[in-house]
Design a protein around this ligand. Structure first.
Ligand SMILES: [Zn+2]
Length: 286
């Protein structure tokens, strides 16, 4: 069965239990990473997953709480290379391609100097050979691709479909994703207000990974244009027919036991399927 490991399910503001967004999905023989928010690489290590085993990254959008660990992920992955790893495939709404080039591209990349050092200095070449690297040490191969709504990525035993969701347009394009495989399906809302595109994307899905940022009654007018709260998350699960839901992207204000139980009660009053309170490093069976 697919396994979901929550690496990040908080907001841009760090607290002791959550920070930013990142989710690892193990499906068929691949690890897929959805978003790469703050400290993703470190939390991946804590979850026992090797950064070099992750060959597919999907960004929902480019708010920093969803992508600020991307340079760390890319550089750590390359630092541990033995030359036998698969190329890295990165997908997301614009500017995924531009951002990747600006970080790691030849000459133009902000970190190109380190790639030059790691591929030339005897110390780095010795470390490379020490961990089993053979032959010439080459720069990393990264295939970055901008996606739009309706795009489908097909892997070995899985398929990912993107749909535009309603978040920070027109400043940022935002996507939700659905992963289908022979052994189960998962939908990631990304950040969005409740919208028909997400409801359709998550139709009858086995697991809906759903933004639930705060109590519905605590949402500001601005927040309602771009985020989902307690009742909205529950209604999305009902309308889509999702079989199970995990709540993520919780604001700190709903993380104390009283507020948390109020949110869960409100959600369960609308949606009668299983509801999981997202926690970092929690593994969710699908
Ligand atoms: Zn966002």
């Amino acid at each position: 069965m697919p396994r979901l490991i929550i690496l990040g399910c908080g907001t841009p503001a760090p607290n002791l239990v959550r920070w930013g967004s990142a989710f690892l999905l193990n499906v068929a023989n691949d690890w897929l990473l959805f978003d790469c928010g703050p400290a993703t690489t470190y939390k991946m290590y804590r979850a026992g997953v090797k950064v070099t085993e992750v060959d597919h990254v999907f960004f929902t959008h480019h708010h920093s709480d969803h992508d600020s660990d991307y340079p760390c992920f890319l550089l750590t992955r390359f630092d541990l290379y033995t030359g036998k790893e698969n190329p890295l495939n990165v997908y997301g709404p614009p500017p995924t391609e531009r951002l990747t080039g600006q970080l790691m591209g030849k000459e133009q990349g902000a970190f190109w100097h380190d790639i030059v050092a790691l591929t030339n200095h005897p110390m780095s070449l010795g470390a490379y050979r020490g961990r089993g690297g053979v032959g010439e040490r080459k720069p990393p191969v990264i295939h970055a691709r901008d996606l739009t709504s309706g795009d489908v990525i097909t892997g070995d035993g899985w398929q990912v479909r993107a749909a535009e969701v309603a978040h920070a347009q027109p400043y940022l394009d935002s996507l939700g994703y659905r992963v289908d495989s022979d052994v189960g399906s998962v939908a990631f809302s990304g950040d969005t207000r409740p919208c028909d595109a997400l409801t359709e994307l998550a139709r009858d899905v086995d697991l809906l990974v759903m933004e639930c940022t705060r109590r519905e009654d605590d949402m500001s007018e601005g927040s309602r244009t771009a985020e989902t709260g307690s009742r909205g998350s529950a209604q999305t699960a009902v309308d889509s027919g999702a079989k199970k839901m995990v709540l993520v992207h919780q604001n700190e204000m709903i993380d104390d036991p009283v507020a948390r139980s109020e949110v869960i009660a409100e959600v369960k009053g609308i949606y009668d399927g299983p509801v999981i309170w997202g926690e970092e490093l929690l593994e969710v069976k699908i």
